[in-house]
Design a protein around this ligand. Structure first.
Ligand code: GLC
Length: 492
């Protein structure tokens, strides 16, 4: 399957926080449409929208009450159609976030199931709970009025669907068709590894390869059934796990792509990063795919806070230079850190439900700064999460006019990136410990994770670098440099 998305750069828009078009303090589709020129100027290939379906917003849209309608908070189907048209006019593809593992407790199916209707079969309802735990803390089962228990791997307002039921299967196929017919170019599949549950509802056994609800072989039947509906459209799996397991979702007859999440847990070390990259490439190549690299998303602390701003930018250039696609989390192109969100304004069900025991995801979801003026241009109203006083220094307008900004560094790298695609191979060259040098045809990508400068090979020229204005013959500490090797003739 050779397609645009195999090597694409996809910009993840957390819609609530991108740009507010109607002044209610929450980002929306009109805002996103107005901001598309800025997205296009950065030079990405596609946008992925976090869920904008009808939803009570208990988990900010990941609790869907109607998969085939837009929540009034974000607009309506007409605003959505305008967004897709405006994106396509700018050469940007649109991916939607599909949430198949669970629905909102306000979804008509669950309302009917709660009332004792035959829709109960569409959920996991039992007379007794198991010991399974919710990802947001506490038990994964909650009682229904009749004393039975329903499963929710996330919040109680997110009951899990029974994917063994044909009605669930056919309804999701209809949802895929519905959005494809509206011009959507692909999907991100939420909790892709969770859909299949052990029919015997066995307990989680430590050390066992067989989990009662994660990454069971039956989930792959679901995705194989979707491929026929998707045609050549991509879908990217959100599935956490070892590379060889996640890569299975990327098989050509399934979703086609899976996030390479283990980069997020890899320490800042040349050797460790090389191991992660090698393992991901090998696992994906074994199924004829390439990884979807990722440095951040709306579920973890921002990369500039995890690594520090210089390393974060270097990691972006490094991942962008690897064979595969790259998913860029909106705000990371501005080098935004995780915001300190005061506990009294927390919104994330994960931290609210766990009493702060599990990480608070709000810090990575604070609205983006557009201008350095008051209110930072996100909204004319009160932003849904407080915007830190330091945000103006990261404003997009300021960064676009500063050639040394994080935005400008990424914009130049994205403009140069197509040159890398003369080859899908990557080989490592010998370098000093702490320095990684990868080769793709006439391109060399140098990552200096050490604290000492590294002299660049002779007969090369710098094409892009994460420390603009640095000495042309060295890679500074915590820098990534893309070089053209003048001794190698480009195959074009
Ligand atoms: C995914 C989403 C996350 C959400 C969860 C439940 O992990 O990325 O934001 O809370 O699924 O839908």
């Amino acid at each position: 399957m050779t397609s645009w998305w195999r090597t694409a750069v996809v910009y993840q828009v957390y819609v609530r926080s991108f740009l507010d078009g109607d002044g209610d303090g929450v980002g929306d589709l009109a805002g996103l449409t107005a901001g598309l020129d800025a997205v296009a100027r950065l030079g990405v290939d596609a946008v992925w929208l976090t869920p904008v379906y009808r939803s009570p917003q208990v988990d900010h849209g990941y609790d869907v009450a109607d998969h085939r309608d837009i929540d009034p908070l974000f607009g309506d189907l007409a605003t959505f159609d305008r967004l897709v048209g405006a994106a396509h006019d700018r050469g940007l593809r649109v991916l939607m976030d599909l949430v198949p593992n669970h629905v909102s407790d306000q979804h008509p199916w669950f309302v009917a199931a709660r009332a004792g209707g035959p829709e109960r079969e569409l959920f996991h309802i039992r007379s007794r709970p198991t010991g399974w735990q919710s990802m947001f803390g506490g038990p994964a089962w909650s009682p229904l009025p009749d004393g039975s228990w329903y499963l929710h791997l996330f919040a109680p307002e997110q009951p899990d669907l029974n994917w063994a039921h044909p009605v669930v299967q056919s309804d999701f196929a209809d949802t895929l068709r519905f959005w494809l017919a509206r011009g959507v170019d692909g999907f991100r599949v939420d909790v892709a590894g969770g859909l299949a549950k052990d029919p015997a509802y066995g307990e989680v056994r430590r050390g066992s390869l067989h989990h009662p609800h994660w990454d069971r072989p039956e989930v792959h039947d679901v995705y194989r059934s979707w491929r026929g509906v998707l045609g050549t459209a991509p879908a990217v799996a959100e599935a956490w796990g070892p590379p060889e397991r996640t890569a299975e979702f990327a098989r050509a007859d399934e979703l086609g792509q899976a996030f390479a999440f283990d980069v997020l847990h890899t320490p800042w070390s040349a050797a460790a990063l090389q191991r992660t990259v090698d393992a991901q490439l090998a696992a994906h190549r074994a199924v004829g795919a390439l990884p979807a690299w990722v440095a951040g998303n709306h579920d973890i602390a921002r990369v500039a806070t995890r690594l520090g701003p210089e390393r974060a930018l270097a990691l972006h250039l490094f991942l962008l230079a690897l064979p595969g696609a790259f998913y860029l989390y909106a705000g990371d192109e501005l080098g935004l850190p995780d915001a300190q969100v005061p506990p009294e304004t927390w919104q994330d069900p994960q931290s609210l439900r766990s009493g702060g025991r599990l990480p608070n995801r709000d810090g990575a979801r604070v609205p983006l700064p557009w201008t350095s003026g008051p209110g930072v241009g996100f909204t004319t109203g009160e932003p849904w999460l407080p915007i830190p006083a330091t945000w103006p220094q990261y404003a997009r307008d300021r960064q676009e006019s500063d050639p040394t900004s994080a935005w400008s560094v990424l914009q130049r790298a994205l403009a140069a990136r197509p040159w890398l695609w003369t080859s899908e191979d990557l080989t490592w060259q010998d370098a000093r410990p702490g320095v990684l040098v990868g080769r793709r045809a006439d391109a060399l990508v140098v990552l200096n994770t050490s604290s000492r400068p590294w002299r660049l090979p002779v007969a090369t020229e710098v094409v892009a670098r994460s420390v603009p204005g640095a000495e042309p013959t060295i890679a500074t500490p915590s820098e990534c440099v893309w070089l053209r090797d003048r001794r190698v003739r480009s195959p074009t």
